[in-house]
Design a binder for this molecule. Structure first.
Ligand SMILES: C[S@@+](CC[C@H](N)C(=O)[O-])C[C@H]1O[C@@H](n2cnc3c(N)ncnc32)[C@H](O)[C@@H]1O
Length: 193
C-alpha cells in the first residue's frame, strides 16, 4: 500500500525573528512561515520589497541582500539610521506634554527640511510608539498630526543593536515604486496598500 505524506506544515519559530522596531498596521508577520519555504529556494537572490513599511516580512526572512523601498521618507531615514547604530538619546516617557513637545520639534525639522538625520529618526520612533495606535499620518504641509496615544504604559528601546548588523547590509530607498530599479532575477515580495 502506498501512503501519501503531505508536506509538513510551516514550523518557523516566530519568537526567534527580530520583532519590527516600529508599530505598523497591516504587518504580515503571520505570513512569514508560508513565504519562507518559497524564499529558501531563491535565498541567494536579492530580496526586494517595494512597500516595505513595518519590515515584518523582511525581518522574518532575514535575506543576505535586500532593497527595501517606501514612499515615506521618515520611515526610510529611521531604518538607515538604525544601520548606522542609532540609539535613543532624546527623553522618552509616556507623557502627553513630552509627546506634543517632541511632535512640535519633529515638525519643525520637517518645515526646515532637516528631517533626514539621527535626531529626526529618534523623534519618529518616539512618536510612533507614543501616538494613537501607532498611526503614521501627515497633513498637507507634511507635518505629523497623530494625537497622543491611549496606553497604560509604553516601553521604549534604549538602543537598536539587534537591527544594526542586518540593516547596515540592506539598501533602503525612499521613492515611488514606479521608479524602483529592479533586476530580472530579484525576488520580489509586494504588499501594496
Ligand atoms: C500596506 S503597507 C505594506 C505592509 C508591509 N509589507 C508589512 O508587512 O509591514 C503600505 C506601505 O506602502 C507605502 N506606499 C504607498 N504608496 C507607495 C508607492 N507608490 N510607492 C512606494 N511605497 C508606497 C506606504 O508609505 C506604506 O508604508
Amino acid at each position: 500500500m502506498r501512503v501519501r505524506v503531505s508536506p509538513p506544515a510551516p514550523t518557523l519559530n516566530a519568537n526567534k525573528m527580530p520583532k519590527p522596531p516600529l508599530k505598523w498596521a497591516g504587518g504580515k508577520r503571520w505570513l512569514v512561515p508560508h513565504i519562507d519555504p518559497l524564499w529558501r529556494k531563491y535565498a541567494e537572490r536579492r530580496y526586494v520589497e517595494p512597500f516595505c513599511c513595518g519590515l515584518a516580512v523582511t525581518l522574518g526572512l532575514e535575506p543576505e541582500r535586500a532593497l527595501l523601498n517606501d514612499l515615506n521618507p521618515h520611515l526610510i531615514n529611521f531604518y538607515e539610521q538604525l544601520g548606522r547604530g542609532l540609539s535613543l538619546k532624546i527623553e522618552a516617557r509616556y507623557d502627553a506634554k513630552l509627546f506634543y513637545s517632541h511632535r512640535e520639534r519633529f515638525n519643525q525639522l520637517v518645515k526646515e527640511n532637516r528631517s533626514q538625520n539621527a535626531e529626526a529618526a529618534q523623534l519618529f520612533y518616539y512618536l510612533n510608539r507614543t501616538c494613537f495606535n501607532g498611526r503614521c499620518r501627515f497633513n498637507q504641509r507634511g507635518e505629523f498630526n497623530v494625537p497622543f496615544g491611549q496606553y497604560k504604559t509604553v516601553n521604549y528601546a534604549g538602543d537598536f543593536q539587534v537591527y544594526r548588523n542586518l540593516f547596515r547590509r540592506w539598501s533602503f530607498n525612499y521613492g515611488d515604486i514606479e521608479k524602483l530599479a529592479i533586476e530580472p532575477d530579484d525576488f520580489i515580495y509586494s504588499d501594496p496598500p
